[in-house]
Design a protein around this ligand. Structure first.
Ligand code: SF4
Length: 165
């Protein structure tokens, strides 16, 4: 049975920077949870050791996770603190968990500087999104894990059906 790495906040865990969750009501996620397929993980808290709550953070210039991994961009908080190391540790921990479960599919929370899949915030802390990926999502994709945003779970289901054949 294919396991699926999923952002912990989508599964109701209160691990977001503001102390909340982003619980998904998606029926496919619920079904996969019942099947025992899901591997919930929070890169920033479980991997990066960051607290709840914590200051909001964005990738500078909205450069994207691949630039952070390459050392070409930092992750900064609203107060200007450099939390790049924690985000990189979180991404590595997420990859290690995914690898340990043989994960080939991930469903991350859109918009996050760790988990964003199609877009992230642009680094200005003005609530503006820009195309790009979070640090964890970029690392997972670099290692061949297929990522589907929580807005495209039906596409993940179709991909899983192909893997299960
Ligand atoms: Fe959710 Fe990912 Fe942010 Fe953790 S790092 S709170 S799992 S979006």
């Amino acid at each position: 049975m294919e396991r699926i790495l999923v952002s912990a906040c989508l599964m109701g865990q209160r691990v977001r920077y503001d102390g909340g969750a982003k619980t998904s009501s998606d029926e496919l996620l619920a079904a996969w949870k019942a099947e025992g397929r899901l591997v919930p993980f929070c890169a920033e808290v479980e991997g990066g050791g960051l607290p709840v709550p914590r200051p909001a953070a964005e990738i500078e210039s909205g450069a994207g996770g691949a630039a952070v991994i390459a050392g070409a961009a930092r992750v900064l908080t609203t107060g200007g603190d450099d939390v790049t190391a924690a985000f990189l540790s979180g991404a590595q921990a997420a990859l290690a968990v995914a690898t340990s479960f043989g994960v080939r599919v991930a469903i991350p929370k859109e918009g996050s500087p760790s988990c964003g899949a199609l877009n992230i915030y642009d680094g200005t802390f003005r609530g503006r999104r820009t195309p790009g990926q979070g640090v964890t999502t970029a690392l997972l994709e670099l290692h061949g894990i297929k990522v589907f945003t929580e807005e495209h779970i039906a596409d993940a289901a179709a991909y899983l059906r192909d893997l299960d054949r």
